[in-house]
Design a protein around this ligand. Structure first.
Ligand code: SAH
Length: 345
């Protein structure tokens, strides 16, 4: 097994069979070896620096009905909210004072914000804080929309591919959502010049080892600037309420392998990872993650952006979150930096 891990570390190509063998045969020793090399790889580019992005969850209205997601449109129990442009700008001011130099505007697919509205929000954010990088994470829109967002000053776009297998995709989403359109969006975003983020949930219902291997091959080929990986966590008011959660350890395996496959990629230690294990985000950093995305949304709406049950950090003020994270990061020998954290050239 160590031979395969060494090959990955040296950036030698592993084929599907080899990646599958690796995923299927990891045990304590080889796993620790993988994690050590992934940490080493991350440090070669990023030293002990951790980038933070201020997450503004600005709407939990969503027209989509993804089977896994707590804010799916069929969940009538979700208490819906939208932030106004002024509220979003206020969040960004608080974040700026705390040292954030990049914001992620994330939301459900809420068409009450037109393409022009989103462009206007991006433009106003940029006018207010010219040095910051803006990331959008608002799902599938037209190429023209993405072009408008880019022209308004948006720098990055997060759109997890969720799974690259079309059959698996159709077991996670209703028929009107297709892998084909997902990929069309990702190709457009890249073509337009965004730094693009893909990603998947580990242990999502019906996922097989082969699916994960396919996801890894896709990540290698697509060359994303960011990869978001977290465990699937069930939400009580979704069709997947009784599905098993993803595995913590498996999620770490995938983060480590992605770090070796894509040495310079920005990889967050996700909130889902911190939810499944109290030291999950620290563990993620220790296997090669280099980004944290603390929440800047007003505390009054935090509990409403519930994609899965028991989500952490829904009560704290942004400043408290920032302090808590700084302590967590320094406890493992890393340091949060004031920096937009662009993909290294
Ligand atoms: N609507 C936007 C972003 C919101 S959801 C979009 O479609 O991109 C952001 C990510 O949260 C999703 O891509 C999904 O991978 C993850 N997510 C949603 N439900 C989840 C769950 N139950 N467990 C773990 N992650 C989940």
């Amino acid at each position: 097994m160590k031979k395969l891990i060494d090959q990955l570390y040296r950036d030698e190509f592993l084929n599907k069979e080899e990646l599958k063998l690796l995923l299927e045969s990891l045990e304590e020793d080889s796993r620790n070896y993988l994690y050590d090399l992934a940490t080493k790889k991350a440090k070669q580019t990023f030293q002990n620096k951790i980038y933070v992005r201020g997450l503004i969850e600005f709407t939990n209205f969503c027209k989509n009905d993804c089977y896994y997601c707590g804010i799916r449109c069929s969940n009538l129990k979700a208490d819906r909210y939208r932030l106004t442009k002024d509220e979003i700008l206020e969040c960004s001011d608080i974040g700026y004072d705390l040292g954030f130099r990049t914001y992620v505007l994330q939301g459900g697919e809420d068409l009450s914000y037109t393409d022009e509205d989103i462009a206007d929000i991006v433009q106003s954010l940029k006018a207010r804080h010219p040095q910051v990088a803006i990331t959008l994470s608002i799902g599938e829109r037209s190429r023209e929309a993405y072009e408008k967002f880019k022209a308004a000053g948006a720098d990055r776009y997060l759109l997890r591919h969720e799974t690259i297998n079309p059959v698996h995709y159709s077991r996670l989403h209703p028929e009107n959502l297709t892998l084909e359109n997902r990929i069309r969006c990702l190709d457009d975003l890249k073509d337009i010049g965004f730094q693009v983020g893909v990603g998947m949930m580990v242990g999502s219902p019906y996922q097989t080892v082969d699916n994960l291997v396919e996801d890894l091959m896709f990540i290698k080929e697509f060359e994303p600037h960011m990869v978001g990986i977290g465990p699937f966590l069930s939400h009580k008011d979704t069709p997947f309420a009784h599905m098993e959660n993803g595995s913590f350890e498996r999620t770490l395996d995938l983060i480590a392998i992605v770090r070796l496959l894509r040495p310079k990629t920005l990889i967050p230690a996700t909130t889902a990872l911190g939810t499944i294990n109290p030291k999950g985000r620290e563990a993620g950093i220790l296997v090669g993650a280099n980004v944290l995305m603390p929440n800047l949304s007003p505390t009054s709406v935090r509990k409403k952006y519930m994609l899965y049950d028991n989500k952490i950090c829904t009560g704290d003020e942004a400043a408290e979150c920032q302090k808590c994270l700084a302590n967590r990061v320094s406890s493992i020998g890393y340091e949060i930096v004031v920096d937009p954290g662009h993909y290294p050239t």
